[in-house]
Every structure is written in structure tokens, then in C-alpha cells.
Ligand binder design. Structure first.
Ligand code: NDP
Length: 282
């Protein structure tokens, strides 16, 4: 008997119209000849509970959560991964045997992209600009992957201090909050520097974090979460100083690849996914 029923995945958010993940996942489903769909769905904050009921009712394989649902979704889930529990936010839900399992692949995507560039985290000193959702996920995964110390530099002290104390109390890494001063000097012993703020995202492509760029050295690996453009001014300047750079595009592709495998059980066609994403930003 022919099966016309597609397996469903997707993303709930508000706003969500400009979220490119569907293009990437659909390209991967097609490449692997899987009858899966990725639905980009606008869900208002007050409707999240009903939307999560629909995940169960429709027997969806899973769903991504984006703004403003990543934290608010927690009460609707049956189980959380260890990292999602520490981060306190979920961007990917997997439905298995009627249970909703929450995972956070933002930080895992970052770590995979970093490792693919030939870098390791074991014993490393990391400095992160930002303390929002992406910074939180990245900081926790860096700590869980062996970083020995993490500096958090953030505009709002309260959020920065909170993230540093989360890393101190919930992981084996030490962490410290540093006040973001004008032309902020990057600590000289930093081995991995990450821009996890939203500065530089299209269309504000000439913006860059307010740091002293002469303190970025050729001993550092410098990464950005911004994926559009892939090569931000922050990264271009770091590269000009001789630093190795890792773009946010890799993080986005790798987390989409992880989601694909979590939902389908099939190895992700990473090259196809990367090409699909690049085409979107041409
Ligand atoms: P949040 O809103 O949670 O956090 C934004 C962060 O940027 C905060 O730390 C904020 O500081 C800081 N910030 C914003 N503007 C400024 C500024 N002018 N000066 C100094 N700090 C500033 O966003 P997310 O963490 O969810 O996302 C951050 C970026 O990461 C977005 O651009 C998003 O597109 C990207 N992203 C990329 C992913 C990828 O796969 N490549 C995955 C997820 C996100 P403060 O706390 O002081 O407000």
C-alpha cells in the first residue's frame, strides 16, 4: 500500500516569517528521499500550549521553537536533555513514543562547527560577548565540552553575571563576568573569542562589537553567531589580525543537521543543507 501521509516537523515562533530553517530542512528531506515536511508556523505567545497540543495530536516528529517560545515551552515537555536543563531553554522538540523530549541544539551546532574547523575546547579559555539565548547555549556547551574558563562580557550586567554564575554552579568550568567598557580589551589569555550578540546582523552589516580590535591576536580562534552576512566586520577584522575565524553559517547548518537526525534517525546531508542556506543569502 502506498503511504501518502507525510511526517511533520517545523518551527513555532512570532515573528517567524523570515526564518530560513525550512529551506534547509526541506532540501535535506528531498536529498534523502524522505516524505517529511517542515512547516513555518506563526504561534502567538498565548497560543503556545494549544500549539504544543497540536504537536501531539498531529503526531509530529518534532518542532523547533524560536522567539519568544524557547523558555515558555518548558512546562509542555515531558523530558529535557542535560544541556537543555542547564540552559533552561529548548529550541528543538523530538516526539518519541508519545513523549515530548526537549533539546537545545544551538550550542551543540556551535561546538560541531568549531570542531569541524579543527579546534578543540578541552582545557581552553573562552571569552563570549553577549549573554542572551545564543550566548547561554554556547557557554553551557563550551563548558560541557571541556573549556576550563569562560569570560562573559555583556552590556547588561545583570544578565552577564547570571550567566557567569550559572556556568560556575552547574558545570566544571570556572566563569567570570567582565563589565563591557568602551573599546573593551579582550583578555590576553583568550584562546576562543565568540561574538554571541546580535550586532552585525543584516541589514546592520557595518555594525561591530565595541572592542579594542588590536587585542585580537593570531593566537585566537574568533567565531561569530551572525550568519547573514557570513563574514561580519568583526570576523574580517579578526582575520586581518591573523586570527582563525569560524562563521555563524556553520553553527546554523550544524544545528539544522542535528535536528534533522534527531527527527529522522538518518545522517544529515550537511553539504546539501549548507548549499541551500547559502543560496538563500545570495
Ligand atoms: P538575545 O536577544 O537573547 O540576546 C542578544 C544579545 O546581544 C544580548 O546579550 C544583548 O545584550 C546583546 N546586544 C544586542 N545589541 C547590543 C549592542 N548594541 N551592544 C552590546 N550588546 C548588544 O538574542 P539571541 O541570543 O537569541 O541571538 C543573538 C544573535 O545570534 C542573533 O543575531 C541571532 O540571529 C543569532 N543566532 C545565530 C544562530 C546560528 O545558528 N548561527 C543560532 C541562534 C541565534 P543585553 O543583554 O545587554 O541586551
Amino acid at each position: 500500500m502506498k503511504n501518502y501521509r507525510a511526517e511533520l516537523t517545523g518551527v513555532f515562533g512570532d515573528p517567524v516569517d523570515d526564518n530560513p530553517t525550512g529551506v534547509v530542512e526541506e532540501a535535506a528531506f528531498a536529498a534523502k528521499d524522505l516524505n517529511y515536511r517542515y512547516l513555518t508556523v506563526k504561534v502567538l505567545p498565548e497560543d503556545l500550549g494549544k500549539a504544543m497540543d497540536s504537536v501531539r495530536i498531529f503526531g509530529m516528529k518534532g518542532i523547533n521553537l524560536t522567539m519568544p517560545h524557547k523558555i515558555k515551552v518548558l512546562p509542555y515537555l515531558d523530558e529535557l536533555s542535560p544541556a537543555a536543563k542547564i540552559i533552561g531553554a529548548v529550541n528543538t522538540v523530538i516526539q518519541k513514543d508519545g513523549k515530548l523530549y526537549g533539546e537545545n541544539t544551538d550550542g551543540k551546532g556551535f561546538v560541531t562547527a568549531l570542531k569541524n574547523s579543527g579546534e578543540t575546547l578541552e582545557g581552553k579559555k573562552v571569552t563570549i560577548l553577549g549573554a542572551g539565548g545564543a550566548a547561554r547555549a554556547i557557554a553551557v556547551e563550551c563548558a560541557l565540552n571541556g573549556a576550563v574558563h569562560i569570560n562573559i562580557i555583556n552590556r547588561s550586567a545583570e544578565k552577564g553575571e547570571e550567566l557567569a554564575s550559572l556556568i560556575q554552579s552547574e558545570t566544571d568550568s570556572s566563569a567570570q563576568y567582565l563589565t563591557w567598557e568602551s573599546s573593551m580589551k579582550i583578555p590576553a589569555d583568550t584562546q576562543i573569542l565568540i561574538n554571541a550578540t546580535s550586532i552585525g546582523f543584516s541589514p546592520n552589516v557595518t555594525d561591530k562589537p565595541d572592542i579594542d580590535y588590536s587585542t585580537i591576536t593570531n593566537q585566537m580562534c574568533v567565531c561569530d553567531v551572525i550568519f547573514n552576512p557570513a563574514e561580519t566586520i568583526f570576523l574580517k577584522t579578526a582575520a586581518a589580525n591573523g586570527a582563525k575565524i569560524v562563521t555563524g553559517l556553520g553553527m546554523l547548518v550544524q544545528q539544522a543537521a542535528l535536528n534533522f537526525t534527531l527527527w529522522t534517525g538518518v545522517e544529515a546531508p550537511v553539504d546539501v543543507m549548507e548549499e541551500a542556506l547559502k543560496r538563500e543569502f545570495e
